[in-house]
Design a protein around this ligand. Structure first.
Ligand SMILES: [Zn+2]
Length: 180
């Protein structure tokens, strides 16, 4: 999908289910890296909106790049981010406590899930996605009429995941390492 946050909906459910083993920030970085391809297609003529980076192979590699980059960058920013959040008026302490160092496991799972889910979700709704590139340029996953149901479904999952994550953060606050 060119530059929309709808991929984050299902990710919030995964985050609620596997808090310490899944980095939401790395997942989000993977979405941005993959959609740089769509941005290039939107701003420059002659490029596809969904090319090799939106295939399962390309998106997974982009997700692993996000894991390596994101783990270093986000971990370096953890302390200033926590200090900033603590100063925000009304910020619940339990949310600040969710910002902890990202482990390699959480980074790789966040990046891989981010890449694979991006390619699969986009393939269902966009005819020009080539999920099985380079071995095939067709899109057998395309489903007619799925565009709006997909977006509503992802928004709903985002809401459910968000609430579940907040409830879990309250019931079982930080103490072990978790990765936002
Ligand atoms: Zn996309």
């Amino acid at each position: 999908m060119p530059l929309t946050p709808f991929h984050l909906g299902p990710a919030l459910v995964v985050k609620a289910a596997a808090r310490r083993h899944f980095s939401l920030r790395v997942f989000a970085l993977a979405q941005i890296l993959i959609d740089l391809e769509s941005a290039r297609g939107m701003f420059f003529s002659g490029y596809r909106l969904h090319g090799p980076l939106h295939s399962l192979v390309g998106a997974t590699l982009a997700g692993l790049l996000a894991a390596v980059l994101g783990r270093y960058v986000f971990n370096a920013l953890n302390s200033p981010l926590r200090a900033f959040l603590r100063r925000v008026e009304g910020m619940p302490a339990l949310l600040v406590e969710e910002v902890v160092p990202i482990t390699w496991t959480a980074a790789i799972i966040g990046g891989a899930v981010g890449g694979i889910s991006h390619a699969l979700l986009d393939a269902v709704i966009h005819p020009d996605v080539m999920p099985f590139w380079p071995s095939s340029t067709s899109n057998p996953l395309l489903t007619d009429g799925s565009f709006y149901p997909m977006h509503y479904g992802c928004a709903l999952l985002g809401l459910v995941g968000d609430v579940a994550w907040l409830v879990l953060a309250r019931v079982s606050p930080r103490g072990t390492s978790r990765s936002l």
